[in-house]
Design a protein around this ligand. Structure first.
Ligand SMILES: Cc1ncc(COP(=O)(O)O)c(C=O)c1O
Length: 384
């Protein structure tokens, strides 16, 4: 198993950062890539026409490698909401009247599909989380699977639930969508980069990821995989860069009406962002170098003491089969005041998030057993 990788980051020594699901910390190499990229524009002649495309191609390829997709089917986006809307706008209108989302889906996905339903007179069906403080993942997955039928146009959901890391049975859900001709649109922001995912194995039609969390990239840049069925769709904007003749700078006004191949038409305007692209590419390359499954194995091992601790102290937690190893919520004992507890965590410089009723913890290769010991120390004696 890989050793702790904290030395690759610049996190202060005195904090316990359990919050990658909020924002991934920056790798030192990513910082360096950003500085070098900013300096490049001091002398613009260093930025050649080829540079508008080369880094973008390399980035699409790296993300493709991460999720087992052809680079051609990857597009560069500024945010998850952008990638969602481009997918949703291109849904066919004749393959069912219901769109399915899970309860408390992240707003960027929820509002995109809600608008599509409103504009196209479709019904939005929300599969709510079953009530309970602990193990509800099994029955939630069952309800999602049962709700997919001939009338389902699309299922839109996150790969793992963003509030508490509930794991969804993506292969089974993808298979059921295919059986009934429904589209399967996924928000991978909270898992891609941390746990292995294969767009073909789960039969995803779109996998959309903001880049600043588990992809360890900067803010305002993300990536998406679109299946080939989107290749004739309509992008959100009409950038000169997504045309088949865009590399020919002297002939741009020989307007080419066809787009670049694959999902290239969905690349955002100015997708060659000369600062953000090398940073995100460096980050993804590091994730690829760590190797598939490495982060998952490390955090799983690190978290072994947590379950018995939570159970013996009255905290609710999902059973392991339906709990993501890198991101999970805990429900507090009824007599424990959340505000007091959060203050104590803050005093000990333990950084977590509160999402809904759960306290959300997220672990990565920079976390140590001391981080978790400090956490347990505070959770163990909250009235101290
Ligand atoms: C599941 C999920 N998707 C997307 C985002 C970010 O969305 P956007 O890129 O649209 O701002 C977040 C941020 O917390 C998230 O948790």
């Amino acid at each position: 198993m890989l050793n702790n990788q904290k030395s690759l980051f610049s996190l202060p020594e005195d904090i316990h950062y359990l919050n990658c699901a909020y924002m991934g910390p920056q790798l030192k190499t990513v910082e360096q890539a950003g500085i070098a990229a900013i300096q490049k524009k001091n002398n613009p002649i260093q930025i050649k026409p080829d540079h508008f495309f080369e880094e973008a191609e390399a980035l699409r390829k790296a993300f493709g490698q991460l999720v087992n997709a052809n680079a051609k089917q990857v597009a560069i986006i500024p945010s998850a909401s952008y990638g969602m809307m481009a997918a949703v706008n291109n849904l066919p209108l004749n393959n069912g009247n219901t769109a399915i989302v899970v309860g408390e889906e992240f707003p960027s996905g929820y509002f995109s599909i809600a608008r599509w339903c409103e504009e196209n007179r479709k019904t939005l069906q929300v599969i709510e989380r079953p009530s309970g403080r602990g193990a509800v993942g099994g029955s939630w997955n069952e309800q999602i699977l049962e709700s997919i039928n001939q009338n389902t146009a699309v299922v839109l959901m996150s790969t793992v639930h963003w509030t508490d890391g509930t794991r969804f049975l993506l292969e089974e859900i993808g298979e059921k969508c295919k059986e009934h001709g429904a589209y399967f649109i996924l928000d991978g922001t909270q898992s891609v980069g941390a746990i292995p995912i294969d767009v073909h194995a789960i039969k995803a039609d779109a996998l959309i990821c903001a880049g600043y969390k588990w992809l360890l990239g900067p803010y305002s840049i993300g990536l998406v995989y679109y299946a080939e069925k989107f290749n004739e769709g309509r992008p959100l904007e009409e950038s000169w860069m997504n045309r088949s003749n865009s590399t020919d700078f002297s002939g741009l006004t020989n307007y080419a009406h066809d787009y670049s191949a694959g999902a290239g038409r969905y690349n955002m305007g100015e997708f060659s962002n000369f600062v953000l692209l090398p940073m995100l590419h460096t980050a993804i390359q590091q994730i690829l170098d760590w190797g598939e499954g490495t982060i998952q194995a490390y955090v799983k091992n690190l978290a072994i003491p947590l379950r018995p601790f939570f159970e013996s102290n009255g905290y609710g937690i999902e059973e392991d089969n339906f709990r993501s190893p890198h991101l999970f919520g805990i429900h507090l004992p009824k007599d424990l005041d959340k505000t007091t507890l959060l203050k104590k965590l803050e005093d000990r410089k333990i950084y977590v998030s509160v999402r809904g009723e759960a306290i959300r913890l997220s672990l990565h290769l920079y976390n140590t057993s001391e981080d978790l010991e400090s956490l347990m120390d505070v959770l163990d004696r909250p009235s101290k």
